[in-house]
Design a protein around this ligand. Structure first.
Ligand code: ARG
Length: 438
């Protein structure tokens, strides 16, 4: 079913109809579509383009369609071209001829633009809610595990840190993710309704009225831009991609840490799976899936960027491709945030193992060099001396703190008994990370 046809001699081929139809996915926009239509009708009545009675009867019809969809009495299916056609055809069936006046001073181009902006704004807030939940989980996990662990660079043990400081790095990433989304919402917060097909309308409409009615800051400034802008979708897809990159890095760490090689954490049974052949296996599938699904969100971003790059102004049907990419990425990012929250809120940290790894990694070598610097040696010379001590320890399979002062003195006469206090792991943490821990 279509909203056009007067100028055609033949009907559309079935193949073309199926190819063109977007109802199977844009049905998700039903409530935004009805909300947009309601604001439009109120504006038409207010501007005397429709009579008060006409406006009221259309509004009643739209309201009944909304409640019937929500109560499951009206299913969004059938051979309608899109959700806009579905709502309009159903409206005319319910309220009669007056329903045909709904589309006065409007095009599906500004209609879909307003629907999708509303949907994107709503989705952005939903993502933010889930980011905040994950931040809470991370904060709790950190606070309950203010324990020592090795910090890494190049995946080689580097200096001692706390688990809390390590995991709070992700809290800070999520904080930026949230700020980026709020910024995108701020930028997209303009009303495209009233741009019509591309050139506005000769009716004396009130775009500020619909902007206010729909919760937008203001109407867009340019009609051609208003109907053909999809920056807001791209911005969210780009923000989602960065969130997924963060979740994927964290997943990678959880996968490593849960391996026997690291053995720092235990992922709860609730978020693990087994093997059909190897009875002993417990696999970190949740983390692997998050890492894997990152690819599809990046893919959506690249797909829509590519779709948009060659489109002349104003609306072109290419832009219909925005929806499936966005819906899929939104589902993905929401489920990954939820699964990560679940996995982290049940995660156990094996504090004895993280401490053992600290002991075995020469994680106080930098502080040992700092010790010599405090005693007057230049840092570059101190670096060399400690390097030689590390080599010596490796050969004898011991830690720096296990070497006696007499032995240390062979490397530098500046060593005395106070070195052990200085390079003690807890003390280095207290002088460093814990002092400026956030
Ligand atoms: N399904 C279309 C889309 O998502 C709606 C707009 C149709 N506009 C048009 N001129 N055919 O982009």
């Amino acid at each position: 079913m279509k909203l056009w046809g007067g100028r055609f001699k033949k009907s559309e081929s079935k193949l073309m109809e199926d190819f063109n139809s977007s109802l199977s996915f844009d049905k998700l926009l039903y409530s935004e579509d009805i909300e947009g239509s309601m604001a439009h009708v109120k504006m038409l009545s207010k501007c005397n383009i429709l009579s008060k009675e006409e406006g009221e009867s259309i509004l009643k019809g739209l309201q009944s369609i909304l409640s019937d969809i929500e109560d499951g009495k009206l299913k969004i299916e059938g051979d309608y071209e899109d959700i806009h056609t579905f709502v309009e055809v159903n409206l005319i069936e319910r309220v009669g001829q007056v329903g045909k006046k709904l589309h006065t001073a409007r095009s599906r181009n500004d209609q879909v633009a307003v629907d999708f902006r509303l949907y994107c704004k709503k989705s952005a807030l939903e993502v933010i809610k889930n980011i905040e939940k994950l931040q809470d989980v991370i904060k709790n996990l950190g606070e309950n595990n203010n324990i020592m662990m090795p910090g890494y660079t190049h995946l080689q043990r580097a200096q001692v840190v706390t688990f809390k400081h390590h995991i709070m790095a992700y809290y800070n990433m999520l904080k930026r993710d949230k700020a980026r989304i709020l910024n995108a919402v701020e930028i997209m917060d303009e009303n495209p309704l009233g741009c019509c097909a591309l050139a506005g309308t000769t009716y004396n409409i009130d775009r500020s009225f619909t902007a206010k009615e729909l919760g937008f800051k203001k109407p867009v400034d340019n009609f051609l831009d208003g109907v053909s802008d999809r920056d807001y979708v791209l911005e969210l897809l780009s923000n989602f991609s960065i969130i997924m990159m963060h979740l994927s890095r964290l997943s990678e760490e959880l996968i490593l840490w849960s391996s026997k090689e690291f053995d720092f954490v235990q992922i709860d049974d609730e978020f693990s799976t087994g093997s059909s052949i190897m009875p002993q296996k417990k696999n970190p599938d949740a983390a692997e899936l998050i890492r894997g699904k990152t690819g599809r969100v990046y893919g959506s971003l690249m797909s829509l960027l590519t779709t948009m790059k060659g489109i002349p102004l104003a609306y072109n049907k290419d832009m219909q491709e925005d929806k499936e990419q966005f819906f899929n990425s939104l589902d993905t990012v929401l489920s990954c945030l939820k699964v990560m929250s679940g996995m982290l809120s049940t995660l156990k940290i094996k504090k004895d193992n993280t401490f053992k790894a600290v002991k075995r990694g020469f994680l106080n070598a930098t502080e040992a060099a700092d010790y010599l610097v405090n005693k007057g040696m230049a840092f570059r010379d101190a670096h060399k001396v400690i390097g030689e001590i590390v080599l010596y320890c490796e050969e004898g399979d011991k830690a720096i703190e296990d070497v006696s002062v007499d032995e240390l003195k062979k490397f530098s006469s500046l060593f005395s008994d106070d070195v052990y206090e200085f390079i003690n792991y807890e003390n280095t943490l207290n002088r460093g990370i814990k002092k400026n821990l956030r």
